[in-house]
Write a protein that binds this ligand. Structure first.
Ligand code: SIN
Length: 486
């Protein structure tokens, strides 16, 4: 293999945003998709609920309102308009490309409901297998080259141009060059002790962005999913889709009481920041445990509608519907990310894009509306591809040295786990100045230690999140300051 290859486009990440961007780049372009591990180890694959789609053009404005309200109006209304309107074309494209969407006996599309949506407008595939099916569909129809086990360890940047990436593969370290680079690497789940994310989602690209003095935005806006089964040894905890609540699942305490109506009249179907906070608050105040009650389902209906959740819980010896399932909120999604403009271009850069969860274009504001993330990847992944096609560019040849920093050092794993504990305990659902200050102190100490590059990148991102949380004194959306009235 030649050590210096030049592509038209390199896409970092093989989740929905990266793959849909690749799908819209013509076959004639040389496009390389880089995937850190196996392609399915991405958040897209584990997405359960579905894809939110406006129920015709009449629903666009209500859908916009739901998205803005969930996002505490910190959203960019232009991006929300692009997302909600764009959903109609996306549905057509998915159907045309042969993607199978669940239908009723008469062949009509089935729509489910999740928190914050005024009406059911979420399509799904394979019951709770939407992410898995969409990912498989996009991989099967991919017409460009994909490298797996290819971890990007640096971006090759000079002034406002990105020239390529430095990538670690089983064959060693390489610099790969390209005219356009698209970051679609997902969020920051690996920073937290409890999360629902694929193990590959560890914020490396966010850290690289910081190293190159580019901007991350709204990093304090982190979403915690309310219904997660955390009693498993794996880093990724089992998500129990909000669609389960949309179709009759109830959140109860150990006495069977549905306590969430005291927090919001929408109860279990309030936006997820409100539900997650309600659960945490109730547990702390009442010293009670919280459960998901599935008694509204028969075993057969549940198994048919939510086959993956049924299987995952059954492996943990949970009996459905008779057992009350112990749940906890866990980190799920990052609304903030790499700051991009209205075309998805990284602020200050000519040919570097970011899209999907890793990016912040303002679409989600302070809290993402349920099932807007696969749609985000589809709508904005396509938009980035269109921008690249409309502005052909050839970067001059530049050669960069390979990254010399040691990627991993002995002791990193222990510190990584300490970092995850700190982030969960002090930078989670409820925050205080003293907790954030002490978290920042801990991160600064770790940054001074003898650590490898990949851990250093994580720590840089953690520090940025904490600094952003310290700066925003008032509670807003998913950012909740217990001391905000002091
Ligand atoms: C879920 O199924 O509850 C998760 C969907 C999402 O993250 O929007």
């Amino acid at each position: 293999m030649s050590k210096e290859i030049k592509y038209d486009v390199i896409i970092i990440g093989a989740g929905v945003a990266g793959l849909y961007c690749a799908k819209h780049l013509p076959k004639e372009l040389s496009v390389l998709v880089l995937c850190k591990a196996q392609p399915w180890e991405c958040n897209t694959f584990y997405a359960q609920g579905g894809i939110s789609i406006a129920k015709g053009s009449d629903d666009v404005s209500l859908y916009m309102q739901d998205t803005l309200l969930a996002g505490a109006r910190l959203n960019s209304s232009d991006r929300v308009s692009e997302l909600t309107r764009g959903s109609l074309d996306i549905l057509d494209e998915l159907l045309e490309s042969g993607f199978e969407i669940d239908r009723d006996e008469e062949g009509k599309l089935l729509y489910t409901q999740e928190g914050g949506h005024t009406i059911p407008r979420i399509i799904h595939s394979g019951g709770d297998g939407t992410g898995r099916n969409l990912h498989t569909h996009l991989i099967k129809t991919l017409k460009h080259t994909l490298w797996k086990n290819a971890e990007v360890v640096d971006l090759l940047i000079e002034e406002d141009m990105a020239y390529g990436v430095c990538v670690q593969t089983k064959l060693g370290l390489f610099n790969l060059y390209a005219d356009h680079i698209v970051i679609a690497s997902g969020g920051v789940g690996g920073l937290f002790k409890y999360h629902t994310n694929a193990y590959t989602i560890s914020s490396d690209m966010h850290g690289i962005i910081l190293e190159h003095h580019l901007a991350l935005h709204d990093m304090e806006m982190l979403q915690f999913h309310p219904t997660v089964y955390i009693d498993t040894p794996h880093a990724r905890k089992y998500l129990i889709s909000e669609a389960v609540r949309g179709e009759g699942g109830m959140i109860v305490d150990e006495n069977g009481k549905r306590f969430l109506f005291a927090y919001d009249e929408r109860g279990e179907l309030a936006p997820r920041d409100i539900v997650a906070r309600g659960i945490m608050d109730y547990c702390m105040r009442e010293k009670k445990s919280v459960f998901l009650d599935l008694s509204a389902f028969s075993e057969q209906t549940f198994r048919q509608r939510f086959p993956n959740i049924y299987r995952d819980l059954s492996t943990c010896k949970v009996r459905i519907p008779e057992d009350k399932i112990p749940i906890s909120p866990a980190f799920h999604y990052s609304m903030g990310g790499i700051l991009v403009d209205d075309k998805g271009k990284v602020q200050g850069m000519k040919n570097l894009y970011a899209v999907g969860e890793c990016a912040c274009n303002g679409v989600h504001g302070a809290n993402r509306l349920a099932s807007n993330s696969l749609l985000e990847g589809l709508v904005f992944g396509k938009a980035v591809a269109n921008d690249i096609i409309s502005k052909p560019l050839s970067t001059p040849t530049r050669h960069f040295p390979l990254c010399e920093e040691i990627l991993e050092k002995e002791g990193d794993i222990k510190l990584k786990n300490i970092l995850r504990e700190i982030m969960w305990a002090k930078v989670g659902i409820m925050r205080t100045q003293s907790g954030l200050d002490s978290a920042l102190g801990g991160i600064e100490v770790m940054l001074e230690s003898n650590i490898g590059r990949m851990l250093r990148l994580r720590l840089l991102v953690a520090r940025k999140i904490i600094q952003a949380a310290i700066e925003r004194k008032e509670s807003l959306g998913a950012h909740h300051r217990l001391d905000s009235n002091l």
